[in-house]
Design a protein around this ligand. Structure first.
Ligand code: GDP
Ligand code: IMO
Ligand code: MG
Length: 447
């Protein structure tokens, strides 16, 4: 069977922590979509790990991890993460499997991502500059490079030439980026073992032969991990293995149902974990929505409960709300239950994992958004197409003073925190099953 874990808001809900926690009771952990834009932080024995591509389950040494076919993989980030595993003596050769149909993000994807953002100016999305949109665009446009392509140098050369030249052409002709600017953009990218100077080419923007050599060598190194994961996943599910599928981004960043165009470029909903693995939805068991006790967002786009005041700043500082991928300060605001109801509807949420509730300790009053007033005066309790025009309707609840980070029993939590939790349950119509009171694996309460 498959259990799905997803971020119910705009990301950074604590997916890394909860996935790591739930891996204990799973056999296989799956990342089904997204790329190096994701940033999941996990603390084990006070040691910090940040994963972008490898499923958080990898820290449990006996679990299988699968990277699904709807992901887009920046191979340099992947190799970096594998290096960290090697340094920590965490073996992965026989338990990390990469879908051969996943797509590869190349430096020209990152180039076009950055160039388009510059071109958009004040309307920029605020992407992570990881080339996510352009990699998915090439996939849909049928000029993408698959993981399987990494194993054949000739195919790689042909495909990279077409896609690179098209990308560089667009960047130069449509986004007004010249060679000097290309060099500048490339020099801001993080590479493993080459510099922008080395890889820059006056005519083609990026040196195609160097790209081919590099990506082919990465393919050779990962050969044992590249698999037909559809066969594997169907086999696991038929054998009744427990699969934990992690949604990489918050649901409001979903390309179809998020706050478009201020979204990421992948399908974040539960259905995609089946599509990305070629398995049947009949295997779905639980669908666990991770809800941060307040709301955050990185990048541009509407955010009705945003707090541009000292309370927002307090949440940012206490919650260390700075992006795990880009380091950008996260925008902070009150908990918005319209978002959670919407996430529930899209994913058939069966239970809630409530996180970072310890960050709210010490606040006198807490506001929770329970509905929106629209321009015509009507009231709704879900996410409308134009989220920028709503006025939030709040209920105010009493806060709590007691420190909770060392509490492990629901009964021992402060009464006002229990009221906060019960309020969420009543408004959303879903039980809170897990309460996270700190970043460490053991700082988790089962209700
Ligand atoms: P993800 O993208 O959803 O995996 O979340 P991030 O890792 O980007 O951001 C969540 C941050 O909150 C990380 O630094 C976590 O270590 C931390 N975190 C997760 N759960 C809790 C919690 O319950 N309390 C506190 N204080 N920190 C938490
Ligand atoms: P995790 O997994 C927060 C946001 C970006 C930007 C928009 C598009 O850590 O929850 P992209 O680079 O994907 O094209 O950027 O999506 N975004 C995230 N925000 N957490 C994330 O991941 C995000 N992944 C993408 O900030 O607004
Ligand atoms: Mg994150």
């Amino acid at each position: 069977m498959m259990n799905f874990v997803f971020g119910s808001q705009w990301g950074d809900e604590g997916k890394g922590k909860i996935v790591d926690y739930l891996t204990e009771k799973s056999d296989v952990v799956l990342k089904h979509h997204g790329g190096a834009n994701a940033g999941h932080t996990i603390y084990v024995d006070n040691e910090k790990y940040v994963f972008h591509l490898i499923p958080g389950g990898i820290l449990h040494k006996d679990k299988i991890c699968v990277i699904g076919n709807d992901t887009v993989l920046d191979m340099f980030t992947l190799m970096d993460e594998l290096t960290v595993l090697k340094q920590k003596n965490i073996t992965y050769k026989d338990r990390l499997f990469i879908g051969e149909r996943a797509h590869v993000t190349l430096p020209y994807h990152r180039l076009i991502d950055v160039a388009l953002e510059i071109k958009k100016g004040k309307d920029a999305v605020g992407t992570t500059a990881r080339g996510i949109g352009p990699t998915y665009a090439d996939k849909i446009n049928r000029i993408g490079i698959t993981v399987h392509d990494l194993l054949d140098k000739e195919i790689l050369r042909t495909k990279i030439t077409i896609a690179n030249n098209q990308a560089v052409d667009i960047v130069k002709k449509c986004y007004d980026i010249d060679n000097q600017k290309i060099k500048e953009i490339l020099s801001n990218f993080k590479y493993l073992d080459f510099t922008a100077e080395e890889y820059f080419d006056e005519k083609t923007g990026l040196n195609i032969e160097k790209l081919v050599d590099k990506y082919y060598s990465i393919g050779q190194e990962l050969k044992v991990n590249i698999k037909d994961i559809t066969l594997l996943m169907n086999d696991y599910l038929e054998k009744e293995k427990k699969v934990l599928a992690e949604g990489s981004h918050g649901i409001l960043l979903d390309i179809n149902y998020g706050t478009y165009p201020f979204v990421t470029s992948s399908v974040c909903t539960v259905g995609n974990s089946f599509s990305a693995t070629g398995t049947s939805p009949r295997y779905l068991d639980r669908s666990i929505g991770i809800v941060k006790g307040y709301t955050t967002r990185v990048g541009a786009g509407p955010f009705p409960t945003e707090l541009n005041d000292e309370i927002g700043e307090k949440l940012r500082v206490k919650g260390q709300e700075f992006g795990a991928t880009t380091g950008r300060p996260r925008r902070c605001g009150w908990l918005d239950l319209n978002i959670i109801r919407y996430s529930k509807m899209l994913n058939g949420m069966t239970e809630i994992a409530l996180t970072k509730i310890d960050i709210l300790t010490g606040m006198d009053k807490l506001k929770v958004c329970v509905g929106y007033k629209l321009k015509d005066g009507s009231i709704i309790k879900t996410i409308p197409y134009d989220l920028a025009t709503v006025t939030p309707i709040y209920v105010e609840l009493d806060g709590w003073e007691e420190e909770i980070s060392d509490i492990r029993e629901y009964g021992a939590l402060p009464i006002n925190l229990k009221k906060y939790i019960e309020f969420i349950e009543k408004e959303v119509g879903t039980k809170v099953k897990y309460i996270s009171v700190g970043a460490n694996r053991d700082q988790t309460i089962i209700k």
